[in-house]
Design a protein around this ligand. Sequence first.
Ligand code: BEZ
Length: 228
Amino acid sequence: MKGFMPENNNCDCETQGFPLIGDQFPEISIHSTHGRLNLPEDLKGHWTVLFSHPADFTPVCTTEFVSFAKHAKDFKEINTQLIGLSIDQVFSHLKWTEWIKEKLDVEIPFPIIADSTGRMGKQLGMIHEKAGSDTVRAVFIMDPEAKIRLILYYPQEIGRNMKEILRAVKALQLSAKEKAAVPANWPENELVGDHVIVPPANTEAEAAKRRGKKDCYDWWLCHREMSK
Ligand code: BEZ
């Protein structure tokens, strides 16, 4: 989408140290609670939320896992798979998910990567030295072509907001469909409601056309309804 999206698809991972927004997800083969995952192949064809957590059997992480599980259906409805990750061993993941099922009656329906060497976490920039040797609460959202489209980092002491992660996937999907950007707090933005933001004018003639137009606060801030 010209005007809003980076157009370079190549991963600069080697120079910058880890992949960033716009890069292809790197090639990684790793064990999870659902067997081996071959990335990026296993990301293709659906949107993916890959999220790391600091450690199994910890309180905030448990609240996050329960919440991801309770929202799993909402993610599935928008063609989005969930994948968890921490540097714990797979048997720890298995014992923890068993505990969650037994004590909280919540089934964890998505795979959890056992990155026991920390290699994948380091490769993706999920381990932040000053925050310790565990993975932070990172979120990577990939599109169906396995391109990284959004990255979030939360510290150990703050649990993530599933509704915001769901909103972010919906907003990315909407942005692609509408070829437009999505405003703050969408779909309840204070200036434009549930409208999308049209790409900025990039010629004098286009800017002049937009001045004074309905649905334009100025030539560089125009919005429109979503298509039906
Ligand atoms: C947690 O509550 O999720 C947590 C606590 C200590 C270390 C890491 C995570």
